[in-house]
Design a protein around this ligand. Structure first.
Ligand SMILES: Cc1cc2nc3c(=O)[nH]c(=O)nc-3n(C[C@H](O)[C@H](O)[C@H](O)COP(=O)(O)OP(=O)(O)OC[C@H]3O[C@@H](n4cnc5c(N)ncnc54)[C@H](O)[C@@H]3O)c2cc1C
Length: 467
């Protein structure tokens, strides 16, 4: 067994771990760090699939360009020239209602003004001004119904199907949208809070709509590019799974199959359910055991279908179907409209999503059955006169963490853990959100925490020398 030592050890080379490493190198190029990854490639939940000229995504399809941390990472990864953008202002989104695709405006205010919602329901939204916050930990469905009325439930359902593949009866509003809950508590009403916030932001400040962002060669380019810089300096080790961690006098000892690695700062950049077991084995922590042993996950499959241009795909990003519509497919992305070049010339690509928190049993079906059922479902919504000329089912291993009962207490537990262990840093899939921008924001917070920690340690050393 060898015992090398490094200032910062990061477990996990998904976007979170790579982002922490990239931020640290950017701020302190001579920092000594090492990333451990159990797979033979970086990226974790990100997986782009190129076949017969169709480029599909097994994981994330993109991220909005309204997050500074993500923009910095794209720049640091040297990918500015490979970026592809689909501005929200140019592309419509659809919701499946009463068996038809209905175009929905891109801004919540405009959704409320749209003819899609009856006048009585529009007036009901105003009841929010007088509603007291619900006690306990309301689900999104309870919260939306209480504040804005039942009619908005399918819209909320579509939003959280699109982001979490989740169930709004189980996802908790406080966990998923803490900002809105804070407005509700502070101002007694979400609408009042939003209006006040807007006034404070300044009437003349036009923020505009963000753009969905990806890369010419797919989302996989981002982790690949971040990892290649680290690989050049031998700062990343593949096929190396961390098995256990142990607190030492000066930091942490990480054991893999063959190695024992010492570090001052340890980053667990892992999905919540990979992180908790590693911490559960730890008895010497200055924190109580985690309040939950694990959190639920939603699994989905992407069914990529290629058609000739006889397919009449509506102009837009895609559509989502709320559960009340009882459809097989959760929704579909009109991928080659968002990002031209995702299908061979004269063809189009649709990527349909199946499964999710409510229908894990659908993932038991064979590829052939999935393709068939998705095609039949889509045919009822979109004019598809010819059968697909290309089909592929992508079944990502990663599940999407569900922020359900007990999640807020888990976050509070992490806060205590961080307060009591200044050189331990937890971030990654499901810690404080699930989207790529959430991951990058958390990664920057962890990098900042490490840099401040290292600075303080250095100052202590200086003090020791002089006094
Ligand atoms: C199907 C799907 C669709 C999605 N769509 C979108 C989207 O459109 N937009 C969006 O913003 N977000 C989306 N997301 C979320 C986004 O993909 C995640 O936020 C992000 O990829 C999480 O990155 P991570 O590094 O935190 O975790 P991961 O990607 O899970 O990376 C963790 C890494 O740690 C490694 N690892 C685990 N245990 C160990 C160990 N013991 N030792 C060493 N290495 C270990 C794993 O192999 C993995 O590489 C989607 C996610 C999924 C699953």
């Amino acid at each position: 067994m060898t015992k090398p030592s490094t200032e910062v050890l990061i477990i996990g080379a998904g976007l979170s771990g790579l982002a922490v490493a990239t931020f640290l190198k950017h701020k302190q190029p001579d920092i000594s760090l090492l990333v451990l990854e159990q797979n033979d490639h970086p990226g974790g939940a990100i997986h782009s699939h190129l076949e017969e000229g169709y480029l599909a995504e097994g994981g994330a399809h993109g991220f909005l360009d309204n997050c500074l941390e993500s923009r910095v990472l794209v720049h640091e990864a040297g990918l500015a020239d490979e970026v592809e953008k689909a501005p929200l202002s140019d592309f419509a989104r659809y919701i499946c209602l009463n068996g038809k695709l209905q175009c929905i405006p891109q801004q919540p205010g405009k959704i409320l003004r749209a003819p899609l919602i009856p006048m009585s329901a529009k007036l009901r939204v105003l009841a929010d001004l007088f509603k007291k916050p619900l006690p306990d930990e309301p689900s999104i469905a309870q919260w939306v119904e209480h504040r804005f009325g039942k009619t908005l439930l399918p819209f909320a359902d579509a939003v959280f199907t699109g982001t979490y593949a989740g169930d709004i009866k189980r996802l908790k509003i406080e966990a998923v949208m803490p900002g809105l809950c804070a407005l509700e508590k502070q101002h007694g009403s979400v609408l009042k809070g939003l209006l006040k916030k807007r006034r404070l932001a300044g009437k003349n400040k036009k923020t505009g709509l963000p753009a969905m962002t990806s890369f010419n060669a797919g989302m996989e380019r981002l982790p690949q590019a971040m990892a290649s810089g680290l690989a050049l300096n031998r700062e990343i080790m593949y096929r190396t799974a961390a098995r256990s961690i142990e607190q030492t006098e000066h930091g942490w000892l990480v054991r893999t199959g063959q190695l024992e690695l010492n570090c001052h700062h340890l980053v667990l950049a892992l999905p919540v359910n990979s992180c908790l077991p590693m911490l559960g084995e730890q008895e010497a922590f200055a924190a109580p055991p985690p309040p939950l042993p694990s959190i639920p996950e939603a699994h989905i499959a992407t069914v990529a279908l290629g058609f000739t241009q006889s397919a009449e795909i509506p102009h837009g990003f895609g559509y989502l179907a709320p559960e009340s519509e009882q459809r097989f497919t959760l929704g579909a992305l009109f991928s080659s409209q968002m990002f031209p070049g995702r299908a061979p010339s004269g063809h189009v690509l649709l990527e349909a999503l199946v499964g999710g928190r409510r229908h894990p049993e659908r993932l038991e079906l064979s590829d052939e059955e999935l393709i068939n059922k998705v095609y039949q479902d889509l045919k009822n919504l979109i004019h598809l006169p010819e059968a697909p000329v290309f089909s592929r089912v992508l079944r990502p291993e990663a599940g999407i963490p569900q922020l359900e009962a007990g999640y807020t207490s888990l976050l509070n537990w992490r806060k205590t853990l961080h307060e009591n262990n200044q050189n331990l840093h937890l971030c990654g899939f499901g810690w404080q959100g699930i989207g790529i921008n959430d991951m990058h924001k958390e990664a920057w917070k962890m990098a900042k925490r490490i840099l401040i920690g290292l600075q303080n340690e250095e100052n202590e050393e200086v003090e020791n020398v002089y006094f």
